[in-house]
Design a protein around this ligand. Structure first.
Ligand code: ADP
Length: 415
């Protein structure tokens, strides 16, 4: 509990009353002379005590009072600043000229391996071993921050120093590991998109060059070349459509949630089978199996596109004559509803399964390209699954076939 500060005039009054009472008490048990003697001694002690209390720079009582009041306000303010700095995700270290540590927040302890309780007053050099940081601090050119390794393994920091006043400096550290990861993902993504577009563009421009500047060609050759160009143009269109679909999903993540609606899977599944049959053009046997009439809550366009993606892949990666089963069923044990597409196609090796939903990851790049794949289909499916509260499950055996399922938990299924 904080001790309440009592102004000197009240303290003095209280002391005088105490001296008076002491005098009366001594008088009651001894003589007047003895009482006067002790009271005088007590008064002398009281005067000495008051003058001792007022020797703070020979201040008058009001000034001393104000100074103490100001000091306690400053201390409270510093405590508040320290508390706020302690909550920051950035590391902050306050150190003196000569680089001795005066204070740091918990984030700085994690970033730089400082233990304030042990390292207070020690030179930074004896605590921080990274020569890059020491060199930066000693050079004194703090115009640009530097990138350094964090004390936490595998993490990176941006470290800068600022001169606070003539005797104090501040180091600020920020963990940029996540930022770095996003930046390199973005760079990879741009490189992949450019690469995916370059191949069909090279084919189209090559043919156009041949048609415009090459020797005369007959109608049949021209027709064949135009067909190949159309194929490449379609490939580019598919890629742009998938990129737009992904970008739309990501933008939706950033905005307020749009309301989910009732999606009737018993109506959706036959339509998906029809699309699969059209794509297969009679090369596969496509069947449906609907054993529940439960519906789900979700975004109908997104769910249709994810479900269709799984059908398209089954057609793409199942050799002619293969079988594809699209089903919608209820699983009583988990109380969930499952949409699944099962094929007896080429299958996938176990080590590839965890990477299938990465953007542009393809087990066999040329096969996917040949079948019109963009490498973005399953990335879209996974994104849709996350946004709609369901789960994508992939089971496969190389050479035997695959089953891709979307599992809709109890809370988003409707009777
Ligand atoms: P793509 O456009 O290449 O089909 P996806 O993201 O849809 O891209 O799928 C990624 C990869 O997963 C495909 O390139 C393919 O190697 C593999 N794959 C997807 N579905 C199947 C399936 N039903 N059978 C075998 N392999 C599949």
């Amino acid at each position: 509990m904080p001790i309440k500060y009592m102004p000197p005039k009240y303290q003095t009054l209280l002391a005088l009353i105490a001296v008076g009472l002491l005098g009366l008490f001594i008088y009651s048990i001894t003589s007047l002379q003895t009482a006067l003697l002790y009271t005088t001694a007590a008064l002398v002690i009281l005067v000495l005590w008051i003058s001792f209390k007022l020797t703070d720079g020979w201040l008058n009582p009001n000034e001393a009072d104000l100074l103490r009041h100001d000091q306690s306000k400053v201390t409270a303010r510093i405590d508040r600043y320290r508390l706020s700095l302690s909550a920051l995700p950035e590391g902050v270290v306050l150190f003196r000229k000569g680089h001795t540590i005066e204070w740091c927040n918990p984030a700085a302890e994690t970033h730089l391996g400082i233990r304030l309780a042990n390292h207070l007053g020690l030179p930074l050099k004896s605590v921080i071993t990274d020569p890059k940081i020491i060199d930066y601090l000693e050079k004194g050119d703090y115009a640009r921050p530097i990138k350094v390794h964090s004390h936490e393994p595998g993490r990176e920091l941006l470290l800068s120093a600022v001169v606070a006043d003539q005797t104090h400096f501040i180091i600020v550290t920020r963990d940029i590991t996540e930022q770095h990861r996003i930046d390199s993902m973005r760079k990879d993504f741009v490189a992949n998109v450019s690469h995916e577009l370059r191949t069909p563009l090279t084919v189209v421009t090559g043919f156009l060059d041949m048609i415009l500047n090459g020797p005369e060609i007959d109608q049949k050759t021209l027709h064949d070349q135009l067909e190949l160009m159309q194929e490449e143009a379609n490939r580019m269109q598919n890629l742009v459509n998938d990129l737009l679909a992904l970008s739309r999903l990501e933008n939706k993540d950033d905005t307020a949630e749009d309301e989910p609606e009732i999606v009737s899977m018993t109506r959706l599944v036959p339509g998906l089978a029809e699309d699969g049959i059209a794509l297969s053009r009679g090369r596969h046997l496509i069947n449906t199996q609907i054993t529940t009439d439960k519906a789900i809550l979700g975004h109908v366009d997104e769910i249709r596109s994810a479900c269709l993606n799984l059908v398209t892949n089954a057609v793409r990666y199942t050799p002619d004559g293969g079988k594809i089963l699209i089903s919608w069923r209820y699983e009583p044990e988990t109380q969930s509803c499952i949409y699944s597409v099962k094929d007896n196609g080429i299958g996938i090796a176990q080590e590839d399964i965890p990477r299938l939903t990465e953007r542009f990851y393809r087990v066999d790049k040329s096969r996917s390209r040949e079948k019109g794949g963009t490498g973005l289909g399953l990335a879209i499916v996974k994104h849709v699954a996350i946004r709609n509260g369901c789960q994508l499950k992939i089971e496969s055996e190389l050479g035997k076939g695959s089953t891709f399922s979307l599992i809709f938990p109890k809370n988003i299924t409707l009777d």
